[in-house]
Design a binder for this molecule. Structure first.
Ligand SMILES: Cc1cc2nc3c(=O)[nH]c(=O)nc-3n(C[C@H](O)[C@H](O)[C@H](O)COP(=O)(O)OP(=O)(O)OC[C@H]3O[C@@H](n4cnc5c(N)ncnc54)[C@H](O)[C@@H]3O)c2cc1C
Length: 811
């Protein structure tokens, strides 16, 4: 039998029911949800049901806030009550560092208008009288958090979806996902021994920990590891009352809530238990795992320290249930490389809190073609090919789970699965004392210990910004400004777009004008239909029909996905990931030409090789593509040899540079240098939620290039109306006070924005931060940035702070 639906949603947990509910809300009625057993028979039924809103990213917090709004009204709207208890939540700090983390979160919450209060240990105890205050330095209380019945939530969402026309089929198992020419065309399902094909151009894989199996049916890797997660219920405990706030005590690895006069208590152990790695049984529905008391001991010990009464409370039930975890502890959402095949899975034990927001964003992604919010950090495209490896995925997921409740200082580096992707210069960099960081599996230089002695320890920023810091960063930044530095940037993602229709195609995608002579380099963004910035990179025209795109290490898959999604299907354009074909060394600084010129017979003068142009040249014995571009604001080149020449190129440049004061430089110096120049970072300073005009990138938009590029109409409207906000450069009064991102910014007593990125500029000797502010806050005005509960004055400065005329890079 064959049927047809506008969308098929696979999975009847909170994820699938929420996606179906929100699709119907946006007017898609012809939606079928298929569930292989009963609704809520996956991870949902055994969840603890806590809902906490404040998270580590803006988007996730906004999604959780929407969830609470939805959960409050679901009972009245659908007639099914998910038992939402808005009792508030406590998060305790039992160490100085944890208290600083809470202070940071309290600042961050202000930018959302979340009513988070920093309170004393005694005040926390008033809201959870059984807790011991021993060692507690303080807490935060968020009155709008709470808990609910997870199965009730899924049933309420399903009822709401049904009322709007969604068909829900239980005991209906997806046995195949049909695809053709890179697109999904439907699913084959089995019910009571009968098989049916449901044709559909949209299939949503919301199968929780089963999502990898469903992904495989479509040829899509879904990096999810099921982990056993435990909590218990106690008999009624004297003194426990229904109004108890939920409580998390990360230093003791545990969380609590009230349950019929007793306690529900669980946590994150340091030795996680992956499960079902050889396949989850086909009948694993409505089932739990056997209690694992030894694994729970660590959590129990912490819980007794915090709530002594639990030691003697009778345990009525221990829940040990598997849940879908991901390598970075964040959801997996969005459209996969198979068009129309969407993911909404991998909820990492915050799926109940997240379900509302996930459903809403997924529905707008499917119906409008784009989510409302910047979902990059949850986007399936953040996972590169290395996640096809089970051992790698497992190692990364275990590390994340085991350190869930740790304090994560900004710039912390993960260790699992390293080293993996190595530049040809790796051994040389190691010999120079490279402090490597990791991004997208690549080992990349953060700084070189060998440069530390050249730096100034007294510049170490106060507090958290001074962690994962070295005086070498300043030494490398200043050497770039004063002499030259050599940066290995091999990890850059590189994309080639070619074919007879390549130029027309890119013109339709890019906001800048790419139809320029061969050898030109153009800085551009690609926009969504709202005019928000989806991609931000340089495009080099290598030939009339061939373009070379260089983008951030972590953004390659994302940008490839965006470009491929819009590529014509008639073969007129080929889009290739050429990241691994070429190494990249950046040579920058006033001495860059003096180092390069003697090594090549090609003319590298400004006249022959001007700024924003590309040439094929040879350096020493190495043939390469040289791009005269800079992300640091100095004279210099990015040199792209075929990968196998990378080491030789490093050696040639290194030797030639010694008499010119050349140093090896790392990414942290690049970040400091780009802040001085006002260069934006996609994913923090600029995102799909901002237009180029708001981001101060109007110079790279050509509304009048004669092509109706994606986002043009929205941009033209935005230009006419004027920006809603503007990205502004802030210079802090205290140079040792360095913003890390997400700090609130106020003018007078009003919170007006949130820091997008910050750091210290070693040449301008200023602490710099960027933030979107209302357009009527002029340059020169005073503002304040809150760091760890302290407000530091700052000035809204004209940018860029360094070399505003751009003379140095055009030298
Ligand atoms: C012990 C524990 C405690 C937790 N506590 C909390 C908490 O306090 N707060 C919080 O926010 N989150 C918590 N969570 C996490 C939360 O429960 C999950 O994130 C959420 O329930 C996942 O929902 P889902 O819809 O993605 O997956 P599931 O609920 O697993 O739903 C997936 C569904 O897909 C179906 N399916 C699979 N394969 C097929 C197929 N081939 N055809 C058709 N259907 C298929 C399955 O049968 C299943 O019903 C906890 C999880 C656990 C395990």
């Amino acid at each position: 039998m064959t049927e047809h639906a506008r969308a098929v949603v696979i999975g009847g947990g909170v994820g699938g029911t929420s996606v179906a509910y929100h699709l119907a809300e946006l007017g898609w009625r012809d939606v079928v949800l298929v569930e292989r057993a009963a609704l809520t028979s996956g991870s949902t039924f055994h969840s603890a049901g806590l809902v906490g809103q404040l998270r580590s990213t803006v988007t996730l917090t906004k999604m959780m806030m929407y969830g609470v709004e939805l959960y409050r009204r679901l009972a009245a709207e659908t007639g099914v009550d998910p038992s939402w208890h808005e009792v508030g939540s406590l998060r305790l700090a039992s160490s100085r560092e944890r208290y600083e983390e809470l202070q940071r979160q309290a600042g961050w919450a202000k930018t959302f208008g979340l009513p988070l209060e920093l309170i004393s240990a005694r005040e926390a105890q008033q809201r959870f009288p059984l807790m011991s205050t021993e060692g507690v330095l303080g807490a935060v209380f968020l009155p709008t958090d709470g808990w609910l019945d997870p199965s009730g939530l899924a049933q309420a969402l399903a009822a709401g979806a049904r009322r709007r026309g969604v068909t829900i089929r239980t005991d209906t198992r997806v046995v195949d996902v049909r695809t053709a020419r890179g697109r999904v065309t439907g699913v084959e399902v089995e019910h009571g021994g009968d098989r049916t094909v449901i044709q559909s151009e949209v299939v949503v894989n919301a199968a929780g920990m089963f999502a990898p199996e469903i992904g495989l049916l479509a040829g899509v890797t879904v990096p999810i590891v099921p982990m056993a997660h435990e909590y218990l219920f106690t008999e009624p405990v004297e003194g426990v009352s229904p109004g108890f706030a939920t409580m998390r005590d990360p230093d003791n690895l545990c969380y609590f809530r009230e349950e019929v006069g007793g306690l529900c208590m669980g946590g994150y152990e340091r030795h996680p238990a992956p499960w079902g790695l050889d396949g989850i049984p086909a009948d694993f529905n409505g089932r739990l795992l056997a209690p694992d008391w030894p694994r729970f001991e660590e959590i129990m010990a912490g819980a007794i320290r915090r709530v002594p009464a639990i030691e003697n409370a009778g345990v009525t039930r221990m829940i040990n249930g598997p849940e879908a975890f991901t390598p970075d502890n964040e959801f997996i959402l969005g459209e996969s490389e198979v068009r129309g095949f969407f993911l909404a899975a991998g909820f990492c034990a915050h799926g109940i809190a997240g379900a509302g927001g996930i459903g809403r964003q997924m529905a707008s992604w499917i119906v409008e073609g784009e989510p409302e919010l910047d979902l990059w950090k949850m986007d399936i495209r953040r996972f590169g090919a290395q996640y096809r490896s089970r051992t790698y995925t497992l190692a990364r997921s275990i590390e994340n789970y085991a350190t869930y409740y740790d304090i994560h200082y900004p710039n912390e580096e993960r260790q699992a699965g390293r080293p993996l992707r190595l530049s040809p210069t790796y051994e040389r960099l190691t010999a120079l004392g490279c402090a490597f960081g990791e991004k997208s599996g690549w080992e990349r230089p953060n700084w070189f210990e060998s440069n530390a002695a050249l730096g100034d320890e007294s510049l170490r920023p106060h507090g958290w910004a001074g962690e994962h810091w070295s005086p070498a960063i300043g030494a490398e930044a200043l050497a770039t400004r004063r002499a030259a530095a050599l940066f290995d940037e091999t990890s850059f993602a590189k994309i080639e777009v070619s074919g007879a229709a390549a130029c027309d195609f890119l013109q339709r995608l890019c906001a800048n004008d790419l139809d320029r002579p061969v050898g030109s380099i153009v800085y551009t963004s690609m926009l969504n239909s709202r005019g928000g910035i989806e991609c931000d990179f340089t495009v080099t025209r290598l030939a009339a029909d061939r373009f070379f795109i260089v983008t951030g290490t972590a953004f390659g898959n994302h940008d490839l996905g965006w470009i491929r999604k819009h590529a014509p299907e008639d073969g007129g354009v080929t889009v290739a990931d050429v990241t691994s074909a070429r190494a990249c060394l950046g040579l920058w600084g006033p001495a860059a030409r003096d180092i390069l010129a003697p090594l090549t017979t090609d003319d590298v003068s400004d006249v022959a090789f001007p700024y924003l142009s590309a040439r094929s040249i040879a350096v020493g014995n190495v043939p390469l593509l040289a791009l005269r571009v800079t992300y640091v604001g100095e004279l210099g080149w990015e040199l792209y040899p075929p990968m196998e020449y990378g080491l030789t190129l490093w050696d040639v440049l290194w030797e030639a540079g010694q008499s010119h004061g050349l140093v090896a430089g790392g990414y942290r110096a690049i970040d400091a240098l780009r802040l001085e120049k006002g260069y934006r970072v996609w994913s923090s300073d600029i995102t799909p939620e901002e237009t180029p005009y708001e981001a101060g990138l109007g110079f790279a938009v050509k509304l009048d290039k004669g092509v109706d590029f994606i986002g043009r109409e929205a941009l033209a409207r935005a230009k006419a109306v004027g920006p809603r906000k503007r990205l502004r450069c802030l210079v802090l009064d205290d140079p040792r006070s360095v913003a890390l991102g997400n700090e609130p910014v106020r003018v007078g007593s009003e919170i007006v924005g949130r820091v997008t990125s910050g750091g210290y500029g070693y040449a301008v000797e200023r602490s710099i931060a960027y933030a979107y502010l209302p357009p009527d806050v002029p340059i020169g005005s005073r503002a304040e940035v809150e760091e760890f509960g302290t407000w530091t004055g700052c000035e809204v400065a004209r940018e860029p702070l360094y070399d505003p005329a751009g003379e140095r890079m055009r030298a």
